[in-house]
Ligand binder design. Structure first.
Ligand code: FES
Length: 304
């Protein structure tokens, strides 16, 4: 059996926008999937060889740009372009962060949910499933909860490639006080000690003054959560390792200890290092996580 692979218009593609280019890739992929096995295998090998060459070349370009101040700024601007961002993600040059993108997508559906008297929060993303909590009128079993669940599901599955399903978690109980004793139980060993969501994350000696320390926590549910700890003098503050702008990591942010500010290395959003509030965009903030120092250990309450 032979199959005809449609050819995108060679005149059109060089100037096409993101959606048309993505559509052309999808069309070609669908056509290749219908080829007979040997032709499909050959097409697959060709694609892998071309991608490997592109990955090496792109990595070289990015390394060179990163090594130069002006080049770095240019690189950060380029990351804003959806096609560049997609290609960088595809080649592992920037971290694909489905949770950050999911939060951005949920911001887009929030006004629609509000019209039903509801709201939504992303709890976490794991194995392609987005776990969300609905609140307000949609947190229950009214007709509108079905509508809102559908809105959330369509938005997340439709717009975040890594998400294939959505699960609605029960609403959270109100905040409760956590007795200090719960943090003082002995015998646990770093780093997998969990208690009421608290994780023994680091030793105090591993958090240098005037630095940002990045750490990956293993949560009670076995998930991973990337966190940064900012230390200025004796004060330590923990944040989810995601800039509030585009969710990119902050491990290499610039920390100004005199002004107590933290500047995102990607597009320059500046934050109060002690509160997480954004100075560049009022009303925006880093997600701060509870942190306690107990003896020589730093405990952080994982958020998901
Ligand atoms: S990701 Fe854009 S400023 Fe941080």
């Amino acid at each position: 059996m032979t199959s005809t692979v449609p050819r995108a218009d060679a005149q059109e593609l060089p100037t096409a926008g993101f959606e048309r280019l993505a559509q052309a890739v999808d069309e070609a992929a669908r056509a290749v999937a219908e080829l007979e096995p040997s032709a499909r295998q050959a097409a697959q090998s060709l694609r892998e060889a071309i991608e490997a060459a592109h990955r090496v070349a792109l990595t070289t370009i990015v390394r060179r740009l990163r090594a130069d101040g002006t080049g770095r700024e240019l690189l950060f601007e380029l990351v804003d372009d959806p096609l560049v961002r997609m290609i960088f993600s595809l080649h592992g040059i920037i971290r694909a962060d489905p949770a950050a993108r999911a939060r951005t997508v949920l911001d887009g559906v929030r006004p629609g949910l509000a019209s039903h008297g509801g709201d939504v929060e992303l709890d976490h993303v794991q194995d392609g499933v987005a776990y969300v909590r609905l609140s307000g009128a949609c947190n229950g079993c009214s007709m509108s909860s079905v509508t809102m669940r559908t809105m959330v599901e369509q938005a997340l599955v439709g717009q975040v490639a890594e998400i294939t399903a959505v699960e609605v978690l029960p609403s959270q109980p109100g905040p409760t006080l956590i007795p200090l004793d719960a943090l003082r139980r002995g015998g646990d060993t770093h780093p997998a000690s969990h208690d009421a969501g608290w994780v023994r994350a680091l030793r105090v000696e591993d958090v240098p003054d005037g630095r940002i320390t990045a750490v990956r926590l293993t949560t009670a549910t076995g998930g991973a959560q990337d966190v940064i700890v900012v230390r200025i003098d004796s004060q330590m503050t923990a944040y989810t390792d995601q800039c509030a702008h585009q969710g990119l990591p902050l491990g290499e942010a610039l920390l100004d200890t005199a002004a107590a500010t933290l500047t995102c290395p990607w597009h320059g959003f500046r934050y109060d290092a002690l509160s997480g509030e954004c100075i560049s965009a009022p009303g925006v903030a880093l997600e701060q996580l509870p942190l306690r120092v107990d003896g020589s250990d730093v405990w952080i309450r994982a958020g998901r």
